[in-house]
Design a protein around this ligand. Structure first.
Ligand code: DQA
Length: 145
């Protein structure tokens, strides 16, 4: 089974972006972690990142033919994008929503997630470990481990 790790806007800046909130782990560190943990579980892992809403939507559409599930950190589009939520609903792939920070403990505008309503679940507040937890959740669901 194949899992797409999809990261949205500004996550390419991880490591230097507001380290007091997001830590010093880079996107490459996150992706390396996903490759290592995903392979150990028996998944094929593909990683992608875009700062553009439409590109993320295209990647979700294309994932239907290529992947069994998506781990999505949609960044700020989480809180704004009905189009992204519609794309997830359209492809009918299991999507696990991940955030490095605990969005519910931050500004009010981060409490609302359009992704949550179409995701199988949400993991937030555990930094890069959240991606590992999401892979474990998908292993449970897809590989019945
Ligand atoms: C984030 C939380 C979002 O509110 C924010 O806009 C991000 C990162 C996180 O991983 O904690 O870009 O998705």
């Amino acid at each position: 089974k194949s899992v797409l790790i999809l990261n949205g806007p500004n996550l390419n800046l991880l490591g230097t972006r507001q380290p007091e909130i997001y830590g010093t782990t880079t996107l490459k560190d996150v992706e390396d972690l996903c490759h290592a943990h995903g392979s150990a579980l028996g998944f094929e892992i593909t990683c992608a990142q875009s700062n553009h809403e439409g590109v993320l939507i295209d990647q979700i559409h294309e994932a239907k033919a290529r992947h069994s599930a998506i781990i999505l950190n949609a960044g700020a589009y989480t809180h704004t994008s009905i189009a992204l939520a519609d794309a997830i609903a359209s492809v009918e792939l299991p999507v696990v929503e991940v955030h490095l920070s605990n969005i519910h403990a931050r500004e009010e505008f981060r409490h609302k997630s359009f992704v949550a309503a179409v995701a199988v679940g949400q993991i937030c507040g555990f930094g890069a470990k959240g991606y590992v937890m999401a892979l474990d959740a998908l292993a449970d669901r897809l590989l019945k481990i």
